[in-house]
Ligand binder design. Structure first.
Ligand code: GDP
Ligand code: MG
Length: 177
């Protein structure tokens, strides 16, 4: 997890977006520090976290930006999107509304971010299967239609969090090469 003494070949800016409480900050915390907290407060202050991973023998530093609670006020600014080459669009599989808002987030992303930004749709909290409100098939279909990658994750159980970032970073890497 440490970045010390590593030669960095690429730095990729990734943005996390989606409704409040879907688990964006915990996904980031799981990926960047392998930590999870059940009582996470609204994220304040921290702009981004980083983690370096090796993809095809290159060291890629992911600089991952979190919305710091701005999603409540629909105040995510264009500075947040500036320079981003990847985006994680997150909903909560137990909250219908968070999935219904995805087209809105996508529109926001497409109007503010670079045209070539790589986007992955993430259905988080897959550990709460008994409370599932969004069938996997529905999300898969939506993602296909919109040309997005798609995975379900659990930040709590650390399921697919690593693969989500690796999928995104690999795709970005393939585009820049
Ligand atoms: P954010 O507002 O999108 O950043 O959401 P947070 O990361 O703050 O998470 C909101 C709440 O959902 C917190 O209580 C988290 O502990 C919880 N949470 C986040 N990810 C998961 C998950 O994968 N499974 C479960 N069961 N709870 C989660
Ligand atoms: Mg947060």
């Amino acid at each position: 997890y440490g970045d010390a003494n590593q030669k960095i070949d690429y730095v990729f800016k990734i943005v996390l977006i989606g409704d409040s409480a879907v688990g964006k900050s915990q996904i980031l915390s799981r990926f960047a520090r392998n930590e999870f907290s059940l009582d996470s407060k609204a994220t304040i202050g921290v702009e981004f976290q980083t983690r370096t991973v090796a993809i095809e023998n290159k060291n890629i530093k992911a600089q991952i930006w979190d919305t710091a609670g701005q999603e409540r006020y629909r105040a995510v600014t264009s500075a947040y999107y500036r320079g981003a080459v990847g985006a994680m669009l997150v909903y909560d599989i137990t909250k219908r509304q968070s999935f219904d808002h995805i087209p809105r987030w996508l529109e926001e992303l497409r109007s503010h971010a670079d045209k070539n930004i790589v986007i992955i749709l993430i259905g988080n909290k897959s550990d709460l299967e008994d409370q599932r409100a969004i069938p996997t098939e529905d999300a898969k279909e939506f993602a296909q239609k919109e040309g997005l990658f798609f995975l379900e994750t659990s930040a709590l159980e650390a399921t697919n969090v690593e693969s989500s970032f690796v999928t995104l970073l690999t795709q970005i890497f393939n585009i820049v090469n």
